[in-house]
Design a protein around this ligand. Sequence first.
Ligand code: HSE
Length: 383
Amino acid sequence: MALTGLVGWRGMVGSVLMDRMVEERDFEHIEPLFFSTSNAGGKAPPQAKNETTLRDAYDIEALKRCDIIVTAQGGDYTTAVYPKLRAAGWKGHWIDAASTLRMNDDAVIVLDPVNLPVIKDALARGGRNWIGGNCTVSCMLMGVGALYKAGLVEWMCTQTYQAASGGGAQHMRELLTQYGTLNAEVKPLLDDPKSAILEIDRRVIARQRALSADETAHFGVPLGGSLIPWIDKDLGVGKSADEPFWGTSKEEWKGGAETNKILGQGESFGTPAVPVDGYCVRVGAMRCHSQALLFKLRRDVPLADIEAMIAGDNAWVKLVPNTREATIRELTPVAVSGTMSIPVGRVRKMAMGPEYLGAFTIGDQLLWGAAEPLRRMLRILLE
Ligand code: HSE
């Protein structure tokens, strides 16, 4: 059985990954070797078989024993350990949730329901680096990948509504704490049906603006009852307005770069990239990333055909009828959170013309957006 090192299995993405691996009985197919950055020598979790002691996640010799390493430890760990491990001659498979290696030419962004041919091709050529994609991109392609596979997309514009979990566990806590703080601020007024709503509103905005540095430590500004239309770094810092990426956030750049890389198109693949761009916005949802999509199709395709293509693409996508009732019941973060389902709804032709298609899709950013593509890649390697 493949000796499979697991790093970062206790964090938020790692815990979701472990749960899915248990549900799908992945541990029956591997000999796990659990690593820790903080508790080497401690007891491994119950999924351990022969190797019941936690190994030091920075111990290159211990890591070198593994046929496969799966890490959800984060980018700093990858930066610190991966180059040393390869330099020490390790030839195993590295499966990683972090973005550090994602755009390297020798790395494949794994999302097998969408890009199994790209993965198989890389495997046949000796590929050894398998990196999970940006959560927004992976969830989007699980929903509407069919349109890309059919070569129908001339360009796509996306407006995202990204959950707190994309920042990390502490960000989720901060959001909920802010909601609680705001509620507490106006609780007596809320309990009094005769109180004035504009007074409640005035007190809420005053409290939001008065949130301390501690209360906004992770997002930097209030998110509860607000939104933040910028995610990740500023790619335009130091550039002038006519240079590439001026005014683009890194999360927005990933939309185009990763979509094309996942599909095996763009600069390094010899086929032209499809332009993908839009705005990425943090909202007060917990762990589901939602996005409104606008496609310019290469030709006018009947709506029924488009719906059939989307619905038939993979086992997880779910076409939600474009009605008010179905939309508000089935196409929300609350409906999708914690499930493997990728609903796609609001599918309709837009007022700009018959080649302009709109859609709205949602995915759990910890499942399809992070953990699931990794464990599925592990299973592909074990085939
Ligand atoms: N960058 C994403 C976000 C999460 O901040 O929502 C990880 O892909």
